[in-house]
Each structure stands twice: as structure tokens, then as C-alpha cells.
Design a protein around this ligand. Structure first.
Ligand SMILES: [Zn+2]
Ligand SMILES: [Zn+2]
Ligand SMILES: [Zn+2]
Ligand SMILES: [Zn+2]
Length: 471
């Protein structure tokens, strides 16, 4: 008997996505793990790590005296799931846990305003769809509770202690203990585990899926490689011939033991389940070493359980790669620079080859100090006969300057008026000219001898007295 579930699932899907997120849980500040201590039991398999496929089942509406019923129903549900392909293919890898959640009252509510005092406050009849079950607790809260009890669980299921047919999907699948409800759960798991599309027409969910496409070419549909297998083809949707599905008999369209997941959906669910058998790899980037700091090699760890998959190893510091810059000696006119090193890797500058003393500029060697002029100024008193001065001036050389470096110059800077009038000096040669008709007497002037100096020698000046006698 093929029972169309179109209407039911259109609405289930709507509520599954909308209701839990907007549901307000009146006791949301109550911390379940703090208030309750429930027992967790391992009912199938023994995987408990991040790399195991783990289902967890919690019950709602099971009182403390109904925990045995819950456990046997949880086992029944686990068996039901594991009896369905592709779950059966991975039987060896799937573990089931149940959490003995104790409710005050037995059963489930009948509408949001007719709740029972159960732990998850589940209730039927959302939006007047009598088979649709939801919970007043948000999926976020339920998942938090699940992970507190079974840290690495992959799929959470809520089993409601009510024999009325009903269930819903979303990130937690809900079903009642009416075994027909398990079919709702399986269908919903197709959505939540493998992101499968419904294979009945539901306009709002019409977008490209693994099992739904606008492509009609059998060679181009996402399931092209499975065509011909177990009735897999390219079938237009009833209700919209622009979209295609792979099967006419899939659990994503019909519920019931006689409607298995089609080969396309099976493969997708299996692939997703298998992905849970791997850690959630997170790459830890390599950090390159520097000249002075160690680095680390690339590694990886699991983002979920933290297990180190590939350990990162220390890479030693590279050390500097030094180039020497030879000393530039100072001169008398320019500073020099001391020997220093620069590193080809980090570009830093050091005053030592070991790179212990970093500098920002080369160390300067100051210009050489200029030497003192080795000059000698010798004066001698010269005499001129007055007779000879009658007709013309005479020149004498009372000054001798030796050993100077640079250019020497002379200038009369002092003396009495008479002497300054009688004598004049050649500023380049230092020769003194006695004027024509100078009268007899002693003439003394101050002469400043200046030497310009050179790059290596300082300037020099000295004032000496020069005397010429006119006899
Ligand atoms: Zn569906
Ligand atoms: Zn299918
Ligand atoms: Zn892990
Ligand atoms: Zn360096």
C-alpha cells in the first residue's frame, strides 16, 4: 500500500525548520545537567570517540517507572534503523546510546496549550497537523543536553512515549513509539543526514540536490552513474515536470518498509555517515622559523575532540646569514665607519658577527683631529741706510716663516703712527718696504703672520714685532 505523505511532509518540513527555532522554552534558565542526573546506556556498539558514528536516543514522557519501557523501545528503534539500508551497511560502525530522561508525567501533550509535565514538553498537533510532534525545548537545548551525556554523538533522536502515530525532523528527529513513526524518522534523517530533497513535489524546497535536479539529460544528472540500477532513472516530479528525481519508489517520497531509500539516497546517506568516521581535520599552519625564533611544521588536529592527528614539530631558528661590511677608516675630512654586519635574511644590522648587538646605523669613527702647524717664525732686525732712501724706497726681509703647511700671509696690525707710515708689508712674501726719504730712526710694527692650514693641519697665526732701523 503506497501512502502518499506529501501533505504531511510539506508541513512537517515547514515546522521542523521554523518551530523549534522560535519555540520559547519557559524554563530556559534551568540548567538540565545541573538539575538532573540521568543514566546513559550503551545499547548498540561501543564507539565513543569523535571518529565513531554515534546515535543518541532520549525519551520524553517516560516516568521513572517506565524506564525499562523506554530502553526496550530505544533498542527497538535502534534495531529498526540498523535494519534499514544504508544504515545496515555500516552496522559495525554505528553505536547507539540512550539517555534515561525521567519525566513526571507519562505520554505527550496534545497541542501547545495542552502539555503534559514531561521533560522535553513534547506535544502533537502543531498547527492542527495531528501527527506533527514538536518540543517546547529548543533544539539547541536538547542538543546541549545530548552532548553533555554523549560528547561525540552525531545524530540525536527523541522518542516520545505515545502510541499515536507522529514525528518530525530537523537537527533532532522526533518519533513516537508507534513503530510506524520510525518511518517518519528515517525519512527525516534523509533530510538531516544527507541533505536529501523530498522526491514528492514541494515547490518551496525546489533547488538542486543530490536527488533533485532541473537537468533532464541522463548523462548529466547528479546520479548519472547510477542510472539503470534498482529502477534509477530520470523522472519528472508529479506536479512540476521541470524538475527531476531518480526514483519512483524512494523513502524520500513514500513511507514504509517496502519503500527503501533509492540507490541515490542510500549512497548519499552512507557517504555522510562515513564522513562521521573521520576526525574533523583542522590544519595547523606551518610557522616559518626566523633568524632567532624557532618555527613549527604544518600539523593537524581534530576540531571536535582535539586529538592531534599530525603533530607539529619545532623547526630550529635559521640563524643569521651575515655579510661583513669592512671598516671605512676616518680621514681628516670625513668620518669613517667601523666594521659591521648585516643579515641577508632579516636585514638587521649588527656590530658583531654573532648578531648579539643590533645597531640601527654603522658605528662612526670620527674624523681625524688636525695637526698643529709645525711653523717657525723667525724675525731679525734689518737696517737701511738713510742715504739710500733719499732717491728710492728699499725692501728688506726681516721675517722668515718655515715649515708651514698651507698658505702664509702677512699683515701689519700695529705699531706707532710714524712706523706704520714708514713701513709697508707685502702680504704674500712678508717683505717690508721702507718708504723713500724715511728719516733716521727705529721703526717697529706688529706683523700678524697667518697660515691657512690644510686638510691635515690647523690654521695658525702669530703676531710678531718687526723692527727696521734707518741709520
Ligand atoms: Zn521530507
Ligand atoms: Zn531517493
Ligand atoms: Zn575528533
Ligand atoms: Zn637575520
Amino acid at each position: 500500500m503506497k501512502k502518499r505523505i506529501l501533505t504531511l511532509f510539506v508541513i512537517i518540513s515547514m515546522f521542523a525548520t521554523l518551530m523549534p527555532a522560535t519555540a520559547v522554552y519557559a524554563e530556559s534558565d534551568e540548567s538540565p545537567e545541573a538539575t538532573y542526573q540521568f543514566e546513559t546506556k550503551n545499547i548498540v556498539g561501543n564507539g565513543n570517540g569523535c571518529e565513531d558514528i554515534i546515535f543518541v536516543i532520549a525519551g520524553d514522557g517516560f516516568t521513572s517507572s517506565e524506564q525499562q519501557l523506554f530502553e526496550s523501545k530505544a533498542e527497538e528503534l535502534a534495531d529498526y534503523i540498523l535494519d534499514t539500508e544504508p544504515f545496515s551497511d555500516l552496522k559495525e560502525n554505528i553505536s547507539f546510546y540512550c539517555i534515561d530522561v525521567i519525566s513526571e508525567e507519562s505520554g505527550s501533550g496534545n497541542g501547545a496549550n495542552d502539555l503534559k509535565n514531561t521533560f522535553f514538553k513534547t506535544y502533537y498537533n502543531i498547527g492542527r497537523i495531528d501527527r506533527l510532534i514538536s518540543s517546547k525545548k529548543s533544539f539547541f537545548e536538547i542538543k546541549k543536553l545530548f552532548s553533555n551525556y554523549v560528547p561525540y554523538y552525531d545524530y540525536g533522536l527523541l522518542l516520545v512515549n505515545d502510541t499515536r502515530y507522529g514525528g518530525s525532523g530537523g537537527s533532532i528527529s522526533i518519533a513516537s513509539i508507534n513503530s510506524k513513526s520510525y518511518e517518519i524518522m528515517l525519512h527525516e534523517m534523509g533530510h538531516s543526514i544527507a541533505n536529501l530533497a523530498d522526491e514528492y513535489w514541494y515547490a518551496d524546497a525546489a533547488y538542486e540536490h543530490i536527488n533533485m535536479t532541473k537537468e533532464s539529460d541522463p548523462e548529466k544528472v547528479p546520479w548519472a552513474d547510477l542510472i539503470g540500477e534498482d529502477g534509477i532513472g530520470v523522472y519528472p516530479y508529479d506536479g512540476n515536470s521541470e524538475w527531476y528525481r531518480p526514483s519512483l519508489n524512494c523513502k524520500m517520497e513514500y513511507l514504509g518498509k517496502n519503500h527503501p531509500f533509492c540507490a541515490v539516497c542510500k549512497r548519499a546517506i552512507k557517504k555522510s555517515l562515513e564522513s562521521k568516521m573521520e576526525h574533523d581535520l583542522h590544519t595547523d599552519k606551518e610557522v616559518a622559523p626566523t633568524c632567532t625564533a624557532t618555527g613549527i611544521t604544518e600539523g593537524s588536529h581534530c576540531d571536535v575532540c582535539g586529538k592531534i592527528i599530525k603533530a607539529q614539530e619545532t623547526i630550529p631558528a635559521t640563524g643569521h646569514s651575515m655579510t661583513a661590511h669592512p671598516e671605512v677608516p676616518a680621514t681628516y675630512t670625513a668620518n669613517g665607519t667601523a666594521l659591521y654586519w648585516t643579515c641577508l635574511n632579516c636585514g638587521k644590522m649588527f656590530s658583531d658577527e654573532q648578531g648579539e648587538n643590533e645597531i640601527s646605523d654603522p658605528v662612526l669613527i670620527p674624523k681625524l683631529a688636525k695637526k698643529t702647524q709645525p711653523v717657525k717664525v723667525i724675525t731679525s732686525t734689518k737696517s737701511v741706510k738713510a742715504k739710500k732712501l733719499k732717491k728710492k724706497a728699499r725692501t728688506v726681509k726681516p721675517l722668515t716663516v718655515k715649515g708651514y703647511k698651507g698658505t702664509v700671509s702677512y699683515k701689519i696690525t700695529g705699531g706707532n703712527a710714524k712706523a706704520k707710515k714708514a713701513l709697508s708689508i707685502n702680504k704674500k712674501t712678508g717683505k717690508i718696504t721702507v718708504k723713500k726719504k724715511t728719516a733716521k730712526g727705529t721703526y717697529t710694527v706688529k706683523v700678524k703672520v697667518s697660515v691657512t692650514g690644510t686638510d691635515m693641519y690647523k690654521t695658525f697665526s702669530k703676531t710678531v714685532s718687526v723692527t727696521v732701523k734707518v741709520k
